[in-house]
Ligand binder design. Structure first.
Ligand code: NAD
Ligand code: IPM
Ligand code: MN
Length: 374
C-alpha cells in the first residue's frame, strides 16, 4: 500500500516518520453513535490480541458528544487525537440528531476531525472474500477478477466549500453549497492514487464531471498533468454518471478509482455491493504524517443499533489498515486480514451476510482464527 506523499518518488515524510514499527502505541478510540461502539469494541479486541502493549484512550464524538458537551467534536477529543499514534472511529449520527434545523449535527464532528488533522486522502479498498462469492448480486463472469481501491479526496470539494444555510433571494428562501478545488488539493490526492496504482495493477480511473463543472475541469487537467510523472501507470478519465454504471457492468476493469469528496462517498457505498455488504468495507484517512483515522465506510446503522447484529468486519479491517499505515506493521495487518478470511470460510455470518450470527460470534471467530496463526 502507498505511503502518502505530495511528491512522486523519494523518501516521504510518512516513510521517515514510520521508519519502523511504533513501540507502545496509543490509539484514540472514538466509538461514536449507533453501532459504532459495537463494531469498535470488536476491532479493539482484535488490535489488543495482536499488539502488545497498546494503550486505548476513549473519547466522545458525534451525537453522544453533542448530548454530553454541546459540541460534536469536544476540544479534549481533538487534542487526544493529535497526540495519539492513530485514531479508530466507529460511526456518528442517527435519527435523534437528524433534524435539518438542528444548530449542530454529529457529522460536523467527523468532518472537522478530518479537516483539522488534514487527512486529505481516504483509502477505501473493496475486499472480495471468496467465501462470500454468492453474496454479490452480480453474475460470476462480472465479479471475477474484481480488485479495487477507491481513493477519495476527503478535506475539500462540496463538503468544505462556501455555503449558506439560508438566504433571501428573489424567489424566497434559498441555500447553497459550492464545489471548490485548488490545484494543490487535487495534486496531493492524485499522487496518492498514482503511487497506490504502482503497487497494484498500474491503472488509475479518475472520476469527474468535467463536461459540466469548472472545478472538475481543473480536477481533470491537474490529474492529467500529475499522471505524466507516472508513465508506468495507465490513466483514464471517467465521468461520474458513467462510472456508477461501469462499476456494475465492468467492475474488474477498475484498479484505483480516484474521486473527489462527494463522488467518492457515493461510489464507495455502491462498490460495497460488489463485496456483498456495506458492513465489510474499511477505510484509512491519511495526510502527510503517520497519524491516520481508521473507520468503517458504513454509518451508525440506526435500524440495527443495539441488536447485536452489526457486522464488525469493516471495523476490524480498519484496524488492520491502522496497523499497516500508522504503526508500520504490515505483518500484523496481513494476519488480521487472513483471520477474517478464515472466519468467513468457516461459515460464520452476521445477518447482512445472510446468516444469523451476532457481532460477538463474528469477532470471536476472527479472534479464534488469529489465535491459530499466532
Ligand atoms: P448506514 O451506513 O448507517 O446504514 C445503511 C444500511 O446498511 C442500513 O440498513 C444498515 O443497517 C446497514 N449497515 C451499515 N453498517 C452495517 C454493519 N456494520 N452491519 C450490518 N449492516 C450494516 O447509513 P444510513 O442509515 O444512511 O445513515 C445512518 C447515520 O449514519 C446517518 O446519521 C449518517 O450521517 C451516518 N453515517 C455516518 C458515517 C460515519 O460516521 N463515517 C458514515 C455513513 C453514514
Ligand atoms: C462517510 C460518511 C460521512 C461522509 C458523513 C457521515 C459525514 O458518509 O464517511 O462515508 O459523507 O464523508
Ligand atoms: Mn458515506
Amino acid at each position: 500500500m502507498p505511503a502518502v506523499s505530495s511528491q512522486a518518488g523519494g523518501e516521504t515524510p510518512r516513510d521517515a516518520a514510520l521508519g519502523g514499527s511504533r513501540k507502545n502505541p496509543t490509539v484514540a478510540l472514538l466509538p461514536g453513535d449507533g453501532i459504532g461502539p459495537e463494531v469498535t469494541g470488536a476491532a479493539r479486541e482484535v488490535l489488543a490480541a495482536v499488539l502488545e502493549p497498546v494503550r486505548f484512550e476513549t473519547a466522545l464524538v458525534g451525537g453522544r458528544a453533542i448530548d454530553e458537551t454541546g459540541s460534536a467534536l469536544p476540544d479534549e477529543t481533538l487534542s487526544l487525537c493529535r497526540r495519539a499514534d492513530a485514531i479508530l472511529l466507529g460511526a456518528v449520527g442517527g435519527p435523534k440528531w437528524s433534524d435539518p434545523s438542528a444548530p449542530v449535527r454529529p457529522e460536523q464532528g467527523l468532518l472537522r476531525l478530518r479537516r483539522e488533522l488534514e487527512l486529505f486522502a481516504n483509502l477505501r479498498p473493496v475486499p472480495l472474500f471468496s467465501a462470500l462469492g454468492d453474496l454479490t448480486p452480480l453474475r460470476s463472469d462480472l465479479i471475477g477478477g474484481v480488485d479495487l481501491l477507491i481513493v477519495r479526496e476527503l478535506t475539500g470539494g462540496l463538503y468544505f466549500g462556501r455555503r449558506r444555510e439560508q438566504e433571501e433571494s428573489e424567489d424566497g428562501l434559498s441555500a447553497f453549497d459550492t464545489m471548490e478545488y485548488s490545484v494543490t488539493e487535487v495534486e496531493r490526492v492524485a499522487h496518492v492514487a498514482f503511487r497506490a496504482a504502482r503497487e497494484r495493477r498500474g491503472k488509475v480511473s479518475s472520476v469527474d464531471k468535467a463536461n459540466v463543472l469548472a472545478s472538475m475541469r481543473l480536477w481533470r487537467r491537474t490529474v492529467t498533468r500529475i499522471g505524466e510523472q507516472y508513465p508506468d501507470v495507465e490513466l483514464e478519465h471517467v465521468l461520474v454518471d458513467a462510472c456508477a454504471m461501469h462499476l456494475i457492468t465492468r467492475p474488474a476493469a477498475f484498479d484505483v478509482i480516484l474521486a473527489g469528496n462527494l463522488f467518492g462517498d457515493i461510489l464507495s457505498d455502491e462498490a460495497s455491493v460488489l463485496a456483498g455488504s456495506l458492513g465489510l468495507l474499511p477505510s484509512a484517512s491519511l495526510g502527510t504524517g503517520s497519524l491516520g483515522l481508521y473507520e468503517p465506510v458504513h454509518g451508525s446503522a440506526p435500524d440495527i443499533a443495539g441488536s447485536g447484529k452489526a457486522n464488525p468486519i469493516g471495523a476490524i479491517l480498519s484496524a488492520a489498515m491502522l496497523l499497516r499505515h500508522s504503526l508500520g506493521r504490515d505483518d500484523l495487518a496481513q494476519r488480521v486480514e487472513q483471520a477474517v478470511a478464515r472466519a468467513l470460510e468457516r461459515g460464520v455470518r452476521t445477518p447482512d451476510l445472510g446468516g444469523a450470527g451476532s457481532t460477538a460470534a463474528m469477532s470471536e471467530a476472527v479472534l479464534a482464527a488469529l489465535d491459530e496463526s499466532g
